[in-house]
Design a protein around this ligand. Sequence first.
Ligand SMILES: [Zn+2]
Length: 352
Amino acid sequence: MSWEKELFWELQEEGRVVPPDSGVPNGLEPFLNENGVLIQPIIRRRHYLTKDICHMNVARAKRPGNVSGRGASAPAVAKDDPERCPFGPGKEAMTPRWEGTGSDYVRIGTDPWQVRSFPNLYPWMLDHLNIVETPLHKASSQEVDPNEEALALQVAAQYVQEQELLGRCVVLFRNQGLSASLAHFHWQIGSLSYVPVREAEELSRAEQFHRDHGMNIFDAILDAERRRGERLVGENAAFSVLAPFAPRTNNEIWIILRQAASSLSQISETDRRNLAEILCVSIKGLFAISGNDDLFVIVHQLPPSYRAYRFHVELFPVKPWSGAERGFGELVVEKAPEDTATELREKMKDVF
Ligand SMILES: [Zn+2]
């Protein structure tokens, strides 16, 4: 039928990971090829009616400790046991290796190291890596450090540059607390061959806004929020923080780059430092007003050719989204963003 192709959109790709020096993890043996590389099939399928795409890595279901059918994201190890944490120094042999180097993708510093980046064992993106920004077993927002985050962003910027040359879009985020399978601080970074669904929606709105008003929508947001004042939290030399007009959760905030650039690859070392600083202040500020240590940090950025887009970071607490959100995409929030901004300005007033 002519409509079948439309209904059954599917993309088959693979995640390539060299097993840890310590050996092939349990359950992954069938995915080892003759060259000693783990090839995990990744199937991407689009929803019949919406633009949503699901990514299936069936090897992921073999994750140790995973009980089939009870959520494939069950932690592989006791989540917050420093003794068993594979991300600490001395445990390097337990993490997967990058095919390009036979070891880490990047390791900076010695004795032990300052930052490491290596493949995610169960990839769902292309070149899916972890960036571990500290050898210390840190797990709480109160412990974020601008020097560590600046180094993580340096590694991420290098990755973005490389992936943009391949024509890919980079997905960069940090799960902390409830949503992280390992407590030890880390970022995840990977790429897709298309503009990710949520960014595509934002991009389409930004492009339409530019056609209608001859202005970048993020400049317009900042201009208006600065005049209105009630949701702006603060600004440093390169970035502005605000609580968005229509948040998706309580205490959602955005960090928006003021320079006309859509990609991390276009941001100077100085401004990466500014980003690391404002990020840490924001993360600590959110913890100070909420006591909530379960946080998503979502970096929205697209290759430089998407000129209507703008680099920005969205931070929001992990919320067990329920029927309204999951079932209808309708977002129910108890706290006004104006209150979030007022509380954050109070906590952060010594910084801005
Ligand atoms: Zn650790």
